[in-house]
Design a protein around this ligand. Sequence first.
Ligand SMILES: [Zn+2]
Length: 544
Amino acid sequence: MNFRRPITAILFQNIVVKVRSFSSTTSSTTSATKSKAFLPKYYDDIPLAKKAMGYIDASPDPFHAVQSSIDMFLKPAGFQEIQDDCNFQDCVKPAGKYYFTRNKSTIVAFAVGKRYQQGNGFKIIGGHTDSPNVKVKTRSKKRSSATGCIQLSVECYGGGLWHTWFDRDLGISGRALVRNADTGKIDQKLIKIDRPIVRISNLAIHLQSPKQREAFQINKEDHLSPILAMEAEKALTTGKNNDGTDANASTNNDKDGWVEHQEPLLLDLIASELNMQSKSSIVDFELNLFDMQKSSLGGMQSEFIHSSRLDNLASCFLALEALVQHCTIPATTANNNETSLLIDEDDSISMIALFDHEEIGSSSATGAGSPIISEAVKRISSALMTANNSNDSNFMEDMYGITLQNSFVVSSDQAHAIHPNYSSKHESGHAPRMNEGMVIKRNSNQRYATNGITGFIIREIAKKAKLNKPVQEFMVRNDCACGSTIGPIMSANTGMRAIDLGCPQLSMHSIRETMGVADLTHGLALFQGFFKYFQEVDSSINKE
Ligand SMILES: [Zn+2]
């Protein structure tokens, strides 16, 4: 069939070529400089966007998000791990950079300013490592002898747009607990089966009634179970019976109420992924499904990122990047011509806290509702106490109160951009757009923690950091329920001032979400500005 190639296709090809040439020839500046005037509008945003995409792709669940944060950001920047049983007094020092984890699904990292003084505040950027997903149930086995399919039993975590999980290439990831044959101890192992091992299939349109098609509804128990294999395949793999009884039946000695209820093929997969001799060493797991499709740049000018888990790994990425840059970027050149870093001139503490369990309300030992931050602030500030009366508990309590009052939480979570097909869902005065910058969220009913002072502080920081665009504002329509996030929870738990903000995006809680590349650039500049200018802006506010 003959057809004329549309002009948009030709334009698009040019853009792709230029973007590609940037990634492969970042050092060849001659041609890049010459053609700069003709580059796509978002050309400068692409490298940061690609870095974020790499982080998100490597982090299909909270355990991997924590590990990626350590491997890709904190370790290369020289952050030291503080073990759970460590005495903070022994290890936390001015100019030091540290991190610790909880349950390996929540991570806190902080850098102590070289000029830190007792009573000075904590500048905290909070985010969350979890996203709505489909998790494998405690008893994973789900037999379907009538259909010949081997499925997995699953549950829904958080409030996902579950219909988007159908007909996707799904991998399995998470954590397995494995008995170490040498030590007898239980090791925690990360698992990432990075191939389309399971699938949740749609029902053919021909088999749906008009009412069902219109409703576009699913039953979360009946319709979400993914198919792992066919029975015939199971027989081939295991060489055991195929008659509906357990092909890999455990002996009575092996039974512990858990292992005999697991799908043997799933245990085989985990064992092979971990190069284990025997699957009998696997004693438990926490697994979820994830979309195999990597994140991508989209739109006419590569102005969008399409990806899973933008809510809220985009925030985690920005927080990590900002903290690392605060510790590595030069501030000024000192008199002796030695370069001074931003952290060298900082008299407070810069911290990021990336929590698990936000999507289910944050009330857990690892969520933002836990004592993790209040305990950390107490332990870190008392470890840095220099006064002679640091043994006086009343004095310590007083200093802790002062520290909290001098501290500030930026709770970063993705925001709702206005959707062109559903524009009436936004109130027109508070309708953020993608690629127009970070969004401050406000709600007088305290679904968000922002108030006049905290909103002003961030706008003022944005000015000092010379952001190319002012921050945007979001308030929900009066006839619409308002979401919430970790800001009010952290604020209520610690007594710290807080603001809720985030990058605008579409399709929140879909398996594939969309955000603007320029908003990452804007968000990073704002977070860097927060670590750099907070004290200065805060001290300009009359507290009387
Ligand atoms: Zn979120």
